[in-house]
Design a protein. Sequence first.
Lengths: 105, 122
Amino acid sequence: SSELTQDPAVSVALGQTVRITCQGDSLRSYYASWYQQKPGQAPVLVIYGKNNRPSGIPDRFSGSSSGNTASLTITGAQAEDEADYYCNSRDSSVVFGGGTKLTVL
Amino acid sequence: EVQLVESGGGLVQPGRSLRLSCAASGFTFDDYAMHWVRQAPGKGLEWVSGISWNSGSIGYADSVKGRFTISRDNAKNSLYLQMNSLRAEDTALYYCAKDGIFGVEGDAFDIWGQGTMVTVSS
């Protein structure tokens, strides 16, 4: 089965823009979905498909993809965006990336 | 309100069995595929198993294949995970997750339960 690779940790200054990336061969053919998980809480879907946000997700969250890399961008990061972020893709199997811990400074 | 509520977790000895349940409400359960995803303490998410709306398509992670069995009862709006031959490495919080129907926009888990903890230890 394919693997998805994420940077373990990323930081961003309050109000600035941050990009979280996810690399994997499956992303050449399939969209990634992105999940936010805060401590002690269940994951929440924030981006799916080409660049779609479920109801209730702020528009500062956006998604993009190029080649084997999918990206989650937060434009104007807020303190409440500090969380773990996971990418996910499905080809012959269902795979999650290892997760990126986002710190908002 | 769309809701998934897991139950059945607990402390179990290695080699023993446990059955998890997930009760769904607030949506038409038999329209959607469902999944189990787990998270070991301090670790990332790991997909465990998934089942299509009519149980016609089922998949498992290699780590649980042959030991775990997923099933659903659409009449009861419920999803299950029968876990046999449990190992210490199966210790995790087990989430039930619903598939969204996003067509050409691909697949995603759009609703998650709060999870039920499984601890495998002697």
